[in-house]
Ligand binder design. Structure first.
Ligand SMILES: C[S@@+](CC[C@H](N)C(=O)[O-])C[C@H]1O[C@@H](n2cnc3c(N)ncnc32)[C@H](O)[C@@H]1O
Length: 217
């Protein structure tokens, strides 16, 4: 008889499981440490009728702000967790005519946006895509129009190994690994690294553009 096969859960399965419970307390708890989200939104191009896609939109905090501020933007939120999307759906009820939500795992070749985007936003989602953050960045490059904008806010690093490990337990990788890959694929428009909680960790804001001469343009 063959020994029972050990099943290693995939990144989407781990995240779905994590947010099954955390979705309930997400909005009540995360506002006090997910810094820079409003600032990132203020750095987006301020042009009319933009098509904006948020990857890992969670409970829809950013999409709600954008829907309020930009009535003519077309917004899409993609997330792998149905429990987070259920909350986003409720929060975005007033805007259902122009905000679309999709339950999908995002990564290279998982699926393509039907229409290329002007802006792709990652707000505290890329550090949770492990493995697969490079693939997600490459997919965003493919899904953007030439000259389109990628906007990222996320944890950057910490000097404290206990804190790094604690974040790991919460499926967040905090090793300064995102910026080099973002800079490799996009032209940097803005890059900021800021201290949080007196230096317990640093978070980063990156705004870049897809080169107009990209091969897939
Ligand atoms: C920390 S939350 C951020 C939510 C929201 N962007 C915000 O700023 O409040 C990370 C989100 O990324 C989603 N996520 C993680 N891996 C993903 C993947 N591979 N594809 C799509 N969404 C993913 C999670 O389900 C979660 O909702």
């Amino acid at each position: 008889m063959n020994p029972p096969q050990e099943h290693t859960p995939s990144q989407p399965q781990i995240i779905q499981q994590y947010y099954r419970w955390h979705a309930r307390i997400y909005d009540a708890t995360r506002w006090c440490f997910l810094f820079g989200r409003r600032r990132l939104l203020s750095l987006l191009p301020q042009r009319p009728a933009l098509r904006v896609v948020e990857i890992g939109c969670g409970t829809g905090v950013n999409l709600r702000r954008l829907a309020r501020q930009h009535p003519d933007w077309q917004l899409t939120g993609i997330d792998v967790s149905r429990h987070m999307l259920d909350r986003a759906f409720k929060a975005l009820k007033p805007y259902t005519m122009r905000v679309f939500l999709l339950e999908k795992s995002y990564g290279k070749g998982h699926f393509h946006l039907k229409e290329k985007a002007d802006v792709i936003l990652f707000s505290y989602s890329l550090t949770m895509i492990n493995p697969g953050f490079e693939a997600a960045i490459e997919q965003a490059h493919d899904d953007l129009k030439p000259g389109g904008c990628i906007a990222v806010v996320d944890f950057h690093d910490t000097l404290f190994s206990w804190f790094r490990q604690w974040m790991r337990l919460n499926h967040v990788r905090m090793e300064g690994h995102l910026l080099p890959v973002l800079k490799q694929h996009f032209e940097t428009e803005r890059c900021e690294i800021r201290r949080a909680f007196g230096g317990l960790w640093r978070y980063m804001i990156f705004v870049g553009s897809k080169p107009r001469s990209s091969a897939d343009a």
